[in-house]
Design a protein around this ligand. Structure first.
Ligand code: DGY
Length: 321
């Protein structure tokens, strides 16, 4: 008889993390390429001590109403937790952990990749090169410089601040909107806008860095797009739900927005097909945290939380209501 706790594991991780799971737990791995459906996850959790999920798993009120009494802790392999009904978890007395901090730099790096990829028309350039065209005598593929431009950051948390740090090194002037003003030490000279409309009016480049919530849902819609300077460039490494896709696609078609860099999509892994035909959309499949080092750190932090709760010790990164 095994003394190891039973862990329902919704996906695979880096080899180091997988090895720790196999060593310290009695794992119930998702054997499929496809994410578990909610019912499959509930079945795997039946009799388990802990559950390890990611944002593709929707843990809503139904999930918590049907979840086995054996489950003592849930960890999500993500900093974002809009896929989890936290109030429903806490009503059942189940603590939930996430992975803040360890993915900040990797995600801010992808923010720069998107700023550069969108502004320098990297997708069109790749397409041109691979179709044997190189340059055209009718004109080069000209992008837009970052140097001297205003970058507006909507949501100045850990990742927003790390992007600001990088953008300053590229000569950008950082402005931001956030629920509350940061300390001067955190601001590093960034200009605070108390309301989002005021930020949008100055943002030649705009980065979305707020969590998905009722308040931020479809923040980037026509009404707000119209406040941006003409030919603004927009990037999103946060959540697709912050963008009204039809409105952004319309603005990219007309040139009202010159280019967009997107790593996240509402309804992903499906995305609005309107994006696929747009040469000025630089698109990535949610790779913000996808480095070996970061994904290992995320997995280790998730397991640290699970083990702490199961052993009755203080857990490092539990979510509060
Ligand atoms: C997060 O951490 O929330 C990412 O979106 C998943 O890697």
């Amino acid at each position: 008889e095994s003394m190891k706790p039973i862990l329902a594991v919704a996906r695979h991780f880096t080899p180091e993390v997988n090895a720790r799971i196999d060593r310290d737990f009695e794992p119930r791995w998702n054997p499929n390429e496809q994410p578990w459906t909610q019912d499959e996850l509930l079945q795997a959790a039946d009799g388990a001590d802990a559950v390890l999920v990611s944002p593709v798993n929707k843990l809503d009120a139904r999930f918590f109403s049907l979840l086995s009494n054996s489950v003592k802790v849930i960890a999500t392999f993500s900093v974002g937790y809009d896929h989890i009904d936290l109030a429903a978890a806490h009503a059942r007395g189940i603590p939930v952990s996430h992975t803040p901090g360890v993915l900040t730099d990797a995600t801010a790096d992808v923010g720069m990749l998107l700023l550069l990829g969108a502004s320098r028309r990297a997708y069109e350039a790749q397409q041109r090169l691979r179709s044997g065209l190189w340059a055209s005598s009718k004109g080069d593929l000209l992008g837009w410089s970052l140097q001297g431009k205003v970058l507006g950051i909507y949501g100045m948390g850990r990742i927003g601040q790390a992007l600001a740090h990088r953008a300053r090194a590229f000569g950008m002037q950082v402005h931001y909107n956030n629920r509350s003003r940061l300390s001067p030490d955190e601001e590093q000279g960034a200009v605070f806008h108390e309301d989002a409309a005021s930020l949008l009016r100055v943002s030649q480049f705009l980065s979305l860095n707020a969590p998905a919530s009722q308040d931020t849902r479809h923040f980037l819609r026509t009404e707000n797009i119209d406040l941006l300077p003409a030919g603004a460039i927009v990037i999103n490494t946060a959540r697709g739900a912050l963008v009204n896709d039809d409105d952004l696609i319309t603005a990219l078609k007309s040139g009202r927005i010159a280019a967009a860099g997107l790593d996240v999509f509402e309804g992903e892994p499906k995305l609005n097909p309107g994006y696929l035909d747009l040469p000025n959309a630089f698109l990535l499949p949610h790779i913000g945290s996808a480095t070996v080092e970061t994904r290992t750190a995320m997995g280790m932090l998730a397991l640290d939380n699970i083990e702490a709760v199961l052993k009755g010790r203080p857990a490092p990164t539990l979510l509060r209501n």
